[in-house]
Write a protein that binds this ligand. Sequence first.
Ligand SMILES: Nc1nc2c(ncn2[C@@H]2O[C@H](COP(=O)(O)OP(=O)(O)OP(=O)(O)O)[C@@H](O)[C@H]2O)c(=O)[nH]1
Ligand SMILES: [Mg+2]
Ligand SMILES: [Zn+2]
Length: 355
Amino acid sequence: MTLEDLGYNNELAAYRQEQHLDAFDVGRVVAEHKERYAVRTPEGEFDAELIGNLRYSAQERADFPAVGDWVAIQAYDEHKALIHAVFPRKNRIERRAAGKAGENQIIAANIDYAFIVQAVGWDFNINRIERYLAICNASKAEPIILLNKADLIGEEEMKALVESVRARAGEVPVIPVSNMTQKGYPELNQRIEPGKTYCLLGSSGVGKSTLINNLSGRQLMETGSVSESTNKGRHVTSHRELVLLPGGGILIDNPGMREVGVADSAGGLESTFQSIVELAKDCKFKNCTHTNEPGCAILAAVESGDLDEKALGNYLKMEREKAHYESTVAERRRKDKAFGKMAKNIMKNKKKGRP
Ligand SMILES: Nc1nc2c(ncn2[C@@H]2O[C@H](COP(=O)(O)OP(=O)(O)OP(=O)(O)O)[C@@H](O)[C@H]2O)c(=O)[nH]1
Ligand SMILES: [Mg+2]
Ligand SMILES: [Zn+2]
């Protein structure tokens, strides 16, 4: 195995040279377990942790390595290493974290393509597909939609589903697949290029890990039945992991997502709903909310059937969420700042001998 098999490229090589990192080994983070990282190099896999300097200077979650990151390491044992530097990321796929406001959760780094996996039946939901599209577009990872478990429905029904997705997802490829019958695998395999990195996004139980096992020809990932995983309130896959395919692609498995909060920081919504954004320019009022205003070009397009009302509803909902999220982030920053000021004043007063 070479570094290129792991996705290494000229840009990374140039950075390595520029930063004088030649003395270190280069590897890719293939798994993360609470500040310990599994790092793969052509020599093998290392259990690695950050050198103190990096750990102390890390300000937020995003400063720590994520699965898919490139790192400079120094081995101190056959299987142990220290991470001395994290290479700059080409991109990172992230979603809005459920917990702390303003802390986005990194799903994976340095991703070329993202497979959005939905299972036909209970999981199928076009609004949610659009959410994933917004996440992909915000990080410039190219989306590909997989409608899995095709074995559960008839040809005609699948055709109708594919059409309904195409009507909303535009040019994004939609591939029906089945892990049971391997339907769609040839087309899928054609899309997987050597040296390119793919991540799999989707709810729990849609078959992401089964797909990775099938494509790699090995039982690398644990899989489980839907009822089992949901009844126990847990996901079968509990951590992210990067897997090399024999044919050359690099796949990252993710735990299923319950909530798909769009962390939009780079216009993911705008590029996902381009036609709506375009139409909005023709609205009579600049601050049109596209809900009841006269002269609203978007409502007119819905009326004439040029625009899907459901797409509009989904867009407006995500816009509201985004606005709310941004205001909580701003609020947190304001509080942090106020706290910083207060702490400073206390220190100043202390120096002056005041209480
Ligand atoms: N009928 C059918 N069942 C499938 C297919 N793909 C996967 N399954 C089943 O669906 C269940 C869940 O599959 P997993 O691969 O574990 O799902 P996952 O997306 O990795 O789930 P999490 O790890 O919890 O996110 C398993 O019981 C699989 O056997 C398929 O194409 N058709
Ligand atoms: Mg899984
Ligand atoms: Zn309008």
